[in-house]
Ligand binder design. Sequence first.
Ligand code: AMP
Length: 394
Amino acid sequence: MKKTVRDVDVAGKRVLVRCDFNVPMKDGKITDDFRIVSALPTIKYLIENKARVILMSHMGKPKGEPKPELSLKPVADKLCRLLGKEVVFISSPKVVDEKVEEAAKALESGQVMLLENTRYRAEETKNKEPYTGELAKLGEIFVNDAFGTAHREHSSTAGLAAYMPSVSGFLIENEVKFLGDALDAPERPFVAIMGGAKVGDKIPVIKNLMKKVDTIIIGGGMSYTFFKAMGYEVGTSILDEESIDLARELMQKTKKANVQLLLPVDSVCAKAFDNDSQSEVFDRDKIPTDMMGMDIGPRTIELYKGVIAKAKTIVWNGPAGVFEMSNFAEGTKAIAQALADSQAITIIGGGDSAAAVEQFGFKDKMTHISTGGGASLEFLEGKTLPGIACLEDK
Ligand code: AMP
């Protein structure tokens, strides 16, 4: 168990808090503030407990130089509104400079400051000096609350822990609790639903989950690599040639381990990767050579719904089809609906599945929606996340 902000005395201290404010933006405006809102409990706790709060985050990939379109200024404005108080923001191209140092020193208890995009500095993503030390000079306690970047060993996500007492915020505490409990002591049956396009990314996760779950449900583009491994033709469907052997090996391993591995039995196929392309449902062994699988079919939906209804713990990562296109969103929507209807503990592993749950209006029906796509995948894979490992143990 890692120490949290509750385990340290923050009153009067300059507390450096790494948040994940990497929010989607369009024309200088924040289009979804879920990540900012998720960070509020820790920030409010620190304000109430009289800390001098210095917030940090990255935004996009400025590649080590200042990029005005990736400035955190809109985040500072949004935070001002959400907290109902001033948020000091100095847009320094170097993130830390004399003015920033002075402002940090001048902060009073309960006041909040936000630094500029941490990735304006090239050292950030390499956890290199002098940058990590410059950041460290600003604070006395490090709080990591950025689950979305906890799988990265950067200056502001892990490097700071070498300089000062370091604890987690509530968001990371929550993520570790839900994801960790699901993996360590799941209520059974425990079902993992894996979808999305990149089989290579998901295979290590399936390998780790195989040791823990009762059933693995496969959907999305990666199904076709499994179909190929089973000897079926997949037409023009997305296919990861390099992972065919791995998929075959996984099927054998799950069988040996007595884990049920469910693959789609039918697919909604189209002539082109286009929402308006005419579509038709085919059994998995009958996909025509000139068509591509875009979604799971109706028989698969019924099959999966039945398994989901009986589950007590469900982890979902990756859409069942090309859900961004309305004509191929049925499968993903049906899974989201089945999770919303179920009494099980439902954990959504960030990224596209979190977006899908939100898009279809089931956000409030889930037990936990992870704020980190990549980080939650690595967590489910059983990897140590540097941004969490660096924090003090209780
Ligand atoms: P990933 O990043 O691996 O989780 O993949 C997510 C993406 O997979 C989404 O953008 C989906 O549109 C895409 N996807 C899901 N099913 C399919 C499919 N059958 N063919 C192509 N792409 C798919």
